[in-house]
Design a protein around this ligand. Structure first.
Ligand SMILES: Cc1ncc(COP(=O)(O)O)c(C=O)c1O
Length: 392
């Protein structure tokens, strides 16, 4: 018996170092364990549970989704919820077409295929995908090749070919963006897993210009930072750019698995029936729930709330950094923040858990905050007080 199986309390593969308590219930912005202990949630299922727990509107959308009796029908047939959701996504963004799938990594894998199809239609040599230093785009073979974490990559080499990582530096990008061979560059407007690094708007604008000049597609990964988390519905809006392809997932369907690839018509034109597919993506039940989530998160009042409370949270965290010798830096926007701490982030996460606060890490020394977007000022204040105690 290996150590992993010896210590396991269940049969789940040990790919996560899970916290010891068992969560049994959620209400509002709190989770409760089997002993009845409450945890104020600044993780939100890693940027999934934007509406928190036990949301009446979300529950009603799920009940409504059951009335047709169709949880799933194949993408061989038309259903209305997915079609309506695709229209909303198109109306709210730069995009003309949408492909639905079931997760973030799947959305990015789809985006890579779509970009390559577009590029190959122009020249047989045009195929490379370039990701940036600090990126996280998923852990499937293609997305792992675009994820800049040596410890995630090394055991699985060789990774998918034609995908590489470049410095987040315009000089370097100018030299590697060969119009003959490069299909696309992928960028997260806020690098979430990579330590909550808000990519400068100026850099995004310059990257947009360079990719346009070199006839290279710009893929924006908003899987963690999109759908209102930065205070605008799409994070790219703040930089005043538009991508060619965008990927989204985590909060889309209120905790049900869903992802999507949005693209311009010029990109979509390259795709033919059979070029890509999914059994579950965009099914009537999940898309019906996602319609409700879209309306809630796209609401200007919600976006204003995230902008205002997020600005307050940033100021409060910076003030905390000035008081504490254990905080080295604070970065973020809206409801996504990273705090560089002198201790190991995992120790702060564990102490916070003891105190009844859920936070997660983003690298060895960064504590990450991703509260539900519905969290109000009183709970934000309570969470930051507990966080300060946990940092020590
Ligand atoms: C920016 C980004 N892209 C892709 C992914 C992968 O998403 P998933 O875990 O749904 O495959 C994540 C997950 O954290 C992410 O933050």
């Amino acid at each position: 018996m290996t150590t992993a199986t010896a210590i396991a309390a269940d049969a789940i593969l040990g790919t996560y170092r899970r916290a010891p308590m068992e969560l049994v219930r959620g209400a509002g912005v709190e989770l409760f364990d089997a002993d009845g202990k409450a945890y104020l949630d600044f993780v939100a299922g890693i940027a999934v549970n934007a509406l928190g727990y036990g949301d009446a509107g979300l529950e009603q959308a799920m009940r409504d989704g059951m009335t047709s009796g169709m949880v799933h029908v194949s993408n061989l047939y038309r259903t209305s919820a997915g079609e309506r959701l695709s229209e909303k996504l198109v109306e709210s963004s730069f995009a003309d077409r949408v492909f639905f799938c079931n997760s973030g990594a799947e959305a990015n894998e789809g985006a890579f295929k779509i970009a390559r199809r577009w590029a190959r239609a122009q020249s047989p040599a045009k195929h490379e995908i370039i990701a940036l230093r600090g990126a996280f785009h998923g852990r499937l073979f293609g997305t792992l090749a675009a994820t800049d974490r040596p410890q995630y990559r090394m055991p699985f080499r060789p990774l998918a070919g034609g995908i590489s990582i470049a410095e987040r530096d315009l000089g370097e990008l100018e030299s590697v963006l060969n119009a003959e061979t490069v299909a696309a560059v992928i960028v997260e407007p806020v690098q979430g897993e990579g330590g909550v690094r808000v990519v400068e708007h100026e850099f995004l604008r310059a990257l947009r210009q360079l990719t346009t000049e070199r006839n290279v597609l710009l893929i924006v990964d908003e899987i963690q930072c999109g759908y209102g988390r930065t205070g605008t519905f799409w994070a790219y809006e703040q930089a005043g750019i538009t991508p060619d392809i965008l990927t989204v997932a985590k909060p889309m369907a209120g905790g049900l698995p869903m992802g999507a690839v949005l693209m311009t018509q010029a990109v979509a034109d390259a795709m033919q029936p059979g070029d890509h597919g999914t059994t579950f993506g965009g099914g009537p039940f999940v898309a019906g729930v996602a319609l409700h989530v879209f309306d809630r998160l796209h609401d200007p009042a919600m976006l204003r709330h995230v902008t205002e409370q997020g600005a307050w949270m940033g100021a409060a965290l910076r003030a905390m950094a000035e008081r504490s010798l254990k905080i080295r830096a604070v970065r973020g926007v809206g409801y996504i923040w990273g705090i560089d701490v002198t201790d190991a982030a995992k120790d702060v996460v564990a102490r916070a858990l003891e105190l009844g606060l859920l936070v997660c890490s983003a690298g060895e020394h960064t504590v990450r905050l991703l509260p539900p977007l519905v969290m109000g000022r009183a709970d934000l204040e309570r969470g930051l007080r507990l966080l300060e105690q946990a940092i020590g």
